[in-house]
Ligand binder design. Structure first.
Ligand SMILES: Cc1ncc(COP(=O)(O)O)c(C=O)c1O
Length: 372
């Protein structure tokens, strides 16, 4: 039977992700628009982005937060190009984006001493292989496979190398062991439902020390440069961005941060995401035709929930199209490089009640396309 009730908000895309509940673009604080980002006002607002991010995330005291160009990719590339080469690198990759960083490290940076630990979609590589004397590059949450790192226990407290973590689909929705992470990157359009534009680069004091003591043997374009004459360009971490940011996107980000505060901070955001995952897990447990791509429960992402459906690929696509046409769920097909299936975004901005409303529709769509 065709369900009656639809999700109030059918946006389940994994990026750009759903706007927060109650979002109203006309309520953004737009006093910076049309002004220089280097005016006192512009700088104050941009510095606020750095400070408020640190506060909401509860970052350790000496960690720095900067707004950088080119979204999460920009932030990751900046870190890889600026920091790597001093020591061997262990790269852990288990889906499209992590594998992309591995390609950069081996084929573009062409570093000699690279250990690649990879796994197929649905699995994690053996994290215990991480060598504390090496730099470590990994994604916290594999957005395209729905497999996340369960914790940071495998990272040594007394490591000599740096940990560089692409956490774009984890920050604000998963607990992160900040003291174990030297570089963390994310973008605004994921868990916060902000606008795609800029990357966020979080640096530990050890990452800053590397920047100030190691000059990589390669040219760096201006938008990657974080040091001048061997010193960190501190301004980047106090609102003096490298180049011109979108102040409209900045206003939108600050609105999203305010919402996180309003609902009770990061723990409340995590609770929303885990509740959505719980709802999907209950549904999956009751239907044998659908399952998690992530093999191990502890590694299941609560944000990019990736599901396999017991149907040929074209039937799964038909299911996705049907749900889209019904206005029930937009953009829930698996990522283009990932195995056939569904990917339902359950970051903080998605209402768990909408995830619950979606479940009977999955069943209906499955039954509909199966017999077509
Ligand atoms: C894990 C991961 N890394 C990097 C990216 C690229 O992010 P951006 O488009 O913000 O550069 C994505 C996008 O989905 C992602 O999921």
């Amino acid at each position: 039977m065709k369900p009656v009730e639809k999700p109030a908000n059918p946006n389940f895309s994994s990026g750009p992700c759903s706007k927060r509940p109650g979002y109203d673009v006309s309520r953004l604080d737009l006093e910076t628009l049309g002004r220089s980002h280097r005016s006192a006002l512009g700088k104050r607002v941009l510095a606020g982005v750095c400070d408020q991010t640190a506060e909401v995330l509860g970052l350790p005291e000496a960690y720095r937060v900067g707004v950088v160009p080119a979204s999460d990719t920009g932030a990751v590339e900046m870190a890889l190009w600026s920091l790597l080469g001093q020591r061997p690198v262990d790269v852990f990759a288990w889906e499209s984006f992590g594998k992309g960083w591995l390609v950069d490290i081996t084929q573009q940076l062409q570093l000699d001493e690279v250990n690649a630990y990879t796994a197929d979609y649905g699995q994690l590589p053996d994290l215990s292989q991480a060598n504390p004397a090496h730099d470590i590059v990994f994604t916290w949450n594999g957005t395209t496979s729905g497999v996340k790192v369960p914790d940071g226990d495998w990272i040594a407290d007394d490591r000599e190398g740096l940990t560089i973590c692409d956490a774009t689909s984890a920050v604000f929705a998963m607990e992160l062991p900040w003291e174990k992470l030297d570089v963390v990157t994310y973008s605004w359009q994921k868990v916060l439902g902000g606008e795609g534009a800029h990357g966020m680069l979080i640096l530990s004091p050890r990452a800053v020390e590397r920047l100030e003591t190691y000059a990589p043997p390669r040219p760096l374009p201006k938008i990657f440069r974080l040091t001048k004459n061997g010193k960190l360009i501190e301004g980047v971490f106090h609102g003096a961005t490298i180049n011109t940011p979108s102040m409209l996107c900045v206003a939108d980000y600050l609105d999203a941060l305010a919402w996180i505060r309003e609902i009770g901070g990061v723990p409340a955001a995590i609770a929303r995401s885990t509740e959505s995952l719980r709802i999907i897990s209950d549904f999956v447990a009751r239907h044998e035709w659908i399952g998690f791509l992530a093999a191990n429960e502890a590694e299941r992402s609560s944000t990019s929930v990736c599901l396999s459906v017991d149907l040929p690929g074209d039937r799964v696509k038909a299911m996705v199209a049907l749900l889209d046409a019904e206005g029930v769920a937009h953009d829930i097909g698996a990522y283009r490089d990932a195995p056939s299936g569904l990917r339902i975004w359950c970051g903080a901005t998605v209402e768990p009640a909408d995830v619950a409303r979606l479940m009977p529709w999955l069943k209906w769509a499955y039954e509909s396309v199966k017999t077509e």
